[in-house]
Every structure is written in structure tokens, then in C-alpha cells.
Design a protein around this ligand. Structure first.
Ligand SMILES: *[C@@H]1O[C@H](CO)[C@@H](O)[C@H](O)[C@H]1NC(C)=O
Length: 184
């Protein structure tokens, strides 16, 4: 009898181990279910239309990120406004929405240990003009123009990352979800 339950336990373990990699548990603190952290990266319209997608993806892979998911999409006014909802009362908001809806964007879930801070390190300062001086090898120095047209986005914290991943990849488009990040 105990031999049988041992076998059963072993089988259950085997099943749960073999199931665990493809089953991504969300909402577990930024852990993609495999011990790695996740962040949301986006190549903005100027990056995509400026032909920087391949170069940026090469940098991403070279820096040992896994691209867990990616989606090329054209943001509409409503979605861009919801994503940047916390800036909705700012004077630059209409320009920001116009910029973000001016062409397709590539949204990606990046995975590695320390994904959030490592991706922010790679993209460099928010203001691309400053990035060109202080972080000449950063992605924003490569393809950004200024504070607004800065070519790429990166989540500013693990909680922002989870919220932004849900926003784009779980079909939840809601101002509530995107309302707490500061990063342009
Ligand atoms: C686009 O970028 C790729 C690689 O980054 C380069 O090989 C190609 O020549 C570029 N195409 C144009 C039209 O600039």
C-alpha cells in the first residue's frame, strides 16, 4: 500500500515538475515562475519606424534577457491614454498621446534575474538628450531624441512591471492598472 502511494507521489511530482515551465504564474511578485524577474519593455513608434527593432533586440539578447512574449501593435488614443493615465493632467499629455499613437510599437516581456533594473540600465536616462552625453552606449542615446521621444520604455519597478504586463498581455485595458508609474 505504501509502495503504491510512493509511486503516486512520485507521479504527481513528475507531473507538476513537467507542467511548471510553460505555466506562467502571474501576480507572484515579478517572478515568471522560473525564478527570474520580468519587466515590460516597449520599442516606441520612433524606434520601430526608425528601423531600430533588430538592433535593440540584438542588445536585449546579448544582455542575457529572454524575450518571453512580444507583440507588435498600434496603440489607439484610448489605450495610450490609459497606459499613461497618471500623466493625464499634465500639459505634455496630448503630445505624448500623439507620439505614442504615431505608429506601431513593439511590446515585450523580458525575463532575467534583476530584469527591471538591468533593462533600465540598458535603456539609460529618460531624457535621450542627456543620455547621449552621460550614457552614450545606452539604447536611448542610440535611438532617442529628447525627454518625450525617447524611443523605448522600461517598467520603473517590479510592481509597475506586473501591472504593465497585465495591461498589454491580459487584455485588461484600464486606467487603474497603469495609473501608478512615473516613467515616461
Ligand atoms: C535596418 O537595420 C538593420 C540592422 O539593424 C540594417 O542591417 C539595415 O540595413 C537597416 N535598414 C535600413 C533601411 O536602414
Amino acid at each position: 500500500m505504501s509502495g503504491f502511494s510512493d509511486q503516486l507521489l512520485f507521479l504527481l511530482l513528475l507531473v507538476s515538475v513537467s507542467l511548471s515551465p510553460p505555466v506562467r504564474c502571474l501576480g507572484n511578485g515579478g517572478n515568471g515562475g522560473n525564478g527570474k524577474e520580468r519587466t515590460l519593455a516597449m520599442i516606441k513608434p520612433d524606434g520601430v519606424s526608425g528601423n531600430y527593432t533588430e538592433e535593440i533586440k540584438r542588445i536585449i539578447v546579448e544582455a542575457s534577457f529572454d524575450i518571453a512574449k512580444e507583440m507588435l501593435t498600434q496603440l489607439d488614443k484610448e489605450t495610450a491614454s490609459a497606459f499613461y493615465d497618471e500623466h493625464s493632467s499634465r500639459s505634455f499629455f496630448p503630445d505624448l498621446v500623439t507620439y505614442m499613437t504615431s505608429g506601431p510599437v513593439l511590446v515585450m516581456i523580458l525575463e532575467k534575474t534583476n530584469a527591471v533594473s538591468d533593462w533600465r540600465g540598458l535603456i539609460g536616462p529618460t531624457d535621450a538628450q542627456k543620455a547621449k552625453i552621460s550614457h552614450p552606449h545606452s539604447i536611448r542615446a542610440l535611438c532617442g531624441t529628447d525627454l518625450q521621444r525617447n524611443c523605448v520604455h522600461g517598467s520603473d519597478s517590479r510592481s509597475s512591471a506586473e501591472r504593465e504586463i497585465k495591461f498589454f498581455f491580459e487584455d485588461v485595458v484600464s486606467g487603474d492598472i497603469a495609473s501608478q508609474h512615473d516613467e515616461l
